[in-house]
Write a protein that binds this ligand. Structure first.
Ligand code: NAI
Ligand code: MG
Length: 356
């Protein structure tokens, strides 16, 4: 099982090191190959996604990714910015389906920003389309406004686009996932204002005809943002476009206690995947050894399940995470009264020990 390891920047290197050590403790035949990505790759090779890194990712069975970015790169040209690395990997590997499970572990019910009764038992899955929408749509750029009340002044523009096959394939993924869960899909759009999302709604409804056993509801994104904090447990699977999914999944992460708890998987049509925590490189706490490695460790578990055909090993890691939380071990982001404060490496070591 060949795993491309791309730690990236900031806390990326710290948390990926812990995930690797947990994988190694499973004593399975993994082959890890490391490569630079993001700001680290820009420093070493002058590009955030060097050809060699991309090739390694393409040839691996799975990619384990940390995070990229740092404020110090904010003034670089857009194509040299660290964040272009993750966008490039998604595009080149065709990683169109992003799974972000938001699970509130019973031990962290009090860490959530919501009242315990709203989040106790929470287990929802956000499926975000990852290779289309306004993040990739052309044309984009800056120009002199051709018309309107501000004609002649400087303006910037992006383009929101979705094609029928792009919406169909993500809708199939969502309905199939719901079949394995509580058989309900909420498709989030802005059909009342945007033509792209009226089309989205129509196509998702058409695909739904193949899944009569799954319930489908449509919801506008503004209402969805509200319902996520009002009655989060009413959701099962949420499927939405790239930008709405980006925002709603960060919102959902806070229901679980911390963004440091939220893993993700990004899959292509061949089942190959990239696995990363939902958070970024956290420059504010990088190098201090305090980042929560659990989102990355749980991402490694998703990798074992989705790309490497090792569901038992995945379940062992997930159980070990529950055990360390049960033991009261907490990184600062999930610290609570009566618990034991630990750093990144101690948390990783505790998960390894709990694997049994
Ligand atoms: P961020 O997710 O890095 O941090 C947001 C807040 O959450 C910070 O206060 C941070 O300390 C905290 N946090 C994040 N992960 C944590 C962890 N594992 N344990 C404890 N606390 C944690 O988002 P931010 O600050 O907006 O962006 C920082 C950099 O990361 C930027 O350059 C951004 O572009 C990049 N980024 C990269 C992503 C990726 O590589 N996929 C995703 C999101 C942001
Ligand atoms: Mg985001």
């Amino acid at each position: 099982m060949k795993i491309a390891v791309l730690p990236g920047d900031g806390i990326g290197t710290e948390i990926v090191a812990q995930a690797i050590s947990v994988l190694q403790a499973l004593a399975l035949p993994f082959e890890f190959e490391h490569a630079a990505v993001g700001g680290a790759a820009y420093e070493a090779h002058g590009h955030p996604l060097p050809e060699a890194t991309l090739k390694l990712a393409q040839q691996a069975d799975a990619v384990l990714f940390g995070a990229v970015g740092d404020w110090k790169y904010d003034r670089l040209e857009r194509h040299l910015r660290p964040e272009q690395a993750i966008l490039g990997l998604r595009k080149h590997l065709g990683l169109f389906a992003n799974f972000r499970p938001a699970i509130c572990y019973p031990q962290l019910v009090d860490a959530s920003s919501l009242k315990p009764e709203l989040v106790a038992g929470l287990d929802i899955l956000i499926i975000r389309e990852l290779t289309g929408d306004i993040y990739f749509g052309q044309p984009r750029g800056r120009r002199s406004a051709p018309d309107g009340p501000f004609a002649g002044s400087e303006e910037a523009f992006d383009t929101m686009r979705y094609s029928r096959p792009e919406i169909e394939r993500i809708a199939h993924v969502a309905f199939k996932a719901a079949r394995q869960r509580n058989k309900k899909v909420t498709s989030v759009d802005k059909a009342n204002v945007l033509e792209t999302f009226q089309f989205w709604k129509d196509v998702v409804s058409a695909v739904h005809a193949d899944y009569p056993d799954v319930a489908l509801e449509h919801m506008y994104v503004d209402n969805a943002a509200m319902q996520l904090v009002k009655r989060p447990k009413a959701f099962d699977v949420i499927v939405t476009g790239n930008m709405f999914g980006d925002i709603l999944s960060d919102e959902a992460s806070m229901l679980t206690g911390s963004i440091g708890m939220l893993p993700s998987a990004s899959l292509n049509e061949r089942g190959q995947g990239l696995y990363e925590p939902s958070h970024g490189s956290a420059p504010d706490i990088a190098g201090q050894g305090v980042a929560n490695p659990l989102a990355t460790i749980l991402s490694a578990a998703m990798m074992l399940r989705f790309s490497l055909g090792q569901p038992e090993a995945a379940a062992r890691i997930e159980a070990a995470v529950q055990t360390v939380l049960e033991q009261g071990l907490r990184t600062p982001d999930i610290m609570a009264p009566g618990c034991t404060r630990v750093g990144t490496a101690q948390m990783g070591a505790a998960v390894r020990a709990a694997l049994g």
